[in-house]
Design a protein. Structure first.
Length: 446
């Protein structure tokens, strides 16, 4: 007779360490203050700044350190006044308390650190910034609890949702919809149900809004009627709904949702990727064109725009008579770009290709046809594609990155293959957060 199987033993919780008094030495990568405990272990504490002396309760392990809860601020350094009423609760915009000069230096240092870890030492260009209240994209969450709907952003390092009355980073079209979206979700969601809400504002005036709602709630006739009525009442252009892991279904489309890029109108596909702000988009376009230099003004020439999205760089370059191959792994984005280029008479100067560049990168024999290659990958970077670029003879490469760590890795590959890193410009597309972006320009010496 076989023995009954025993359940797995639950791991014992780590013993609680005694509180310690520490001095914060720096702001770490995720925006928390960092200090050393008596035994040399790093501890990360939210809402602290270098020079603060605090009594901290060490807690759970995080990376090679520990999360710390501040029990008491013994001494504090000067702080900036937060701009948000839920600062300290909401997990976003962690650096509102950092004085402006220190904040700008920290953002530049975040990019420099990502490069330094790969042995790359270069004097960075000045930090380029976007204004507050310019975010045209936001991802919020909602849950229907026994006490009503909670709607807002997640708490730091948690799936607990913090209610937000407003968000000072959003453009007015999104800001004005927060309360109506909350009321709409109250009518649709049932007890315990959750939803993620992606909001995007585009159009000539920036007032045309798309909502993409992801939830396990089944969209029945009542919900469809409620969504249609909501769109009509608040002039929302498009609403789509999806279950997790399932492509979104368009529920309402009252007119075309148009994005203006490089003098061309492009119909934005559902959940199409675009830069978080118009200002940031223009800033990145300027840096890319500046990095291309004479390639932009010379007659003829070909440019490849990899991870092109809906054409942030491809359309402006095609408009100045460059021949551009725009490559993206999402068919709806590449299709929308091809259609827009055709309607604008750019079909002879812009072609598209749907291609997963991680699984099927452009090879050196394909890359060698181009005078320049631009790549703007997701946070994971473009390692597989960059390894092929390293074996090419493309004269100019421009890397646009939202992750200094993977940017450093990708640049290291190119530098080791003989490319010269000419310039790196840090960009603050997400004010008050720990996220840092950069544009890097490389050239292959002749």
């Amino acid at each position: 007779m076989s023995r009954p199987r025993r359940g797995k033993k639950r791991p014992r919780p780590a013993p609680l360490r005694a509180p310690e008094v520490v001095t914060v030495t720096k702001v770490a990568q995720q925006g928390d203050g960092e200090a050393l405990l008596a035994d040399g272990v790093r501890v990360f504490m939210p809402l602290t700044l270098p020079g603060d002396i605090v009594r901290v309760q060490p807690g759970a392990k995080r990376g090679d350190g520990m999360v710390g809860s501040v029990l008491e601020f013994i001494e504090t350094v000067p702080r900036a006044a937060p701009i948000c009423p839920v600062f300290g609760q909401c997990g976003g915009c962690q650096l509102q308390h950092m004085p402006a000069d220190a904040y700008a230096e920290w953002k530049r240092d975040a990019v420099a650190a990502g490069l330094s870890r790969q042995g790359i030492d270069i004097e960075l260009e000045p930090l380029r910034t976007v204004p507050l209240a310019s975010r045209r994209r936001a991802s919020l969450a909602a849950v229907m609890t026994q006490n009503g709907l909670r709607f807002g952003f997640n708490e730091a390092h948690s799936d607990r949702i913090i209610d937000i009355p407003s968000c000072p980073l959003l453009v007015s079209a999104l800001q004005n919809l927060l309360a109506p979206v909350r009321a709409m979700l109250v009518d649709i969601l049932e007890g315990g149900e959750r939803a993620d809400i992606a909001m995007t504002a585009v159009g000539v005036s920036g007032q045309d809004v798309e909502l993409v709602i992801t939830s396990r709630h089944k969209v029945d006739l009542k919900a469809r009627e409620a969504l249609a009525a909501f769109a009509e009442a608040h002039d929302v252009v498009r609403i789509a709904w999806s279950e997790p892991g399932v492509p979104p279904e368009q529920i309402v489309q009252r007119r075309d949702l148009m994005l203006h890029l490089g003098g061309v109108d492009i119909q934005l596909p559902i959940n199409g990727f675009l830069q978080p702000s118009v200002d940031g988009e223009a800033l990145l376009q300027d840096l890319v064109i500046e990095g291309l230099g004479d390639i932009v003004t010379a007659k003829g020439g070909r440019i490849a725009d990899l991870y092109c999205g809906v054409g942030t760089f491809a359309l402006p370059l095609a408009a100045v008579r460059k021949h551009v191959l725009a490559v993206d792994g999402i068919a709806t984005q590449a299709g929308a770009l091809a259609t827009a280029a055709g309607r604008a008479g750019l079909g002879g100067r812009l072609s598209t290709d749907v291609r997963d560049l991680k699984m099927e990168p452009l090879m050196p024999n394909e890359l060698n046809e181009f005078d320049a290659v631009i790549f703007d990958p997701p946070r994971a970077g473009a390692k597989v594609q960059v390894e092929e670029l390293a074996n090419s003879i493309v004269p100019c490469i421009i890397a646009v990155s939202c992750n200094p760590a993977t940017l450093g890795r990708d640049l290291r590959i190119l530098i080791d293959a003989g490319y010269r890193l000419d310039k790196v410009t840090p960009v603050d597309q997400f004010p008050m957060t720990h996220h840092a972006e950069a544009v890097a320009v490389l050239r292959r010496p002749s």
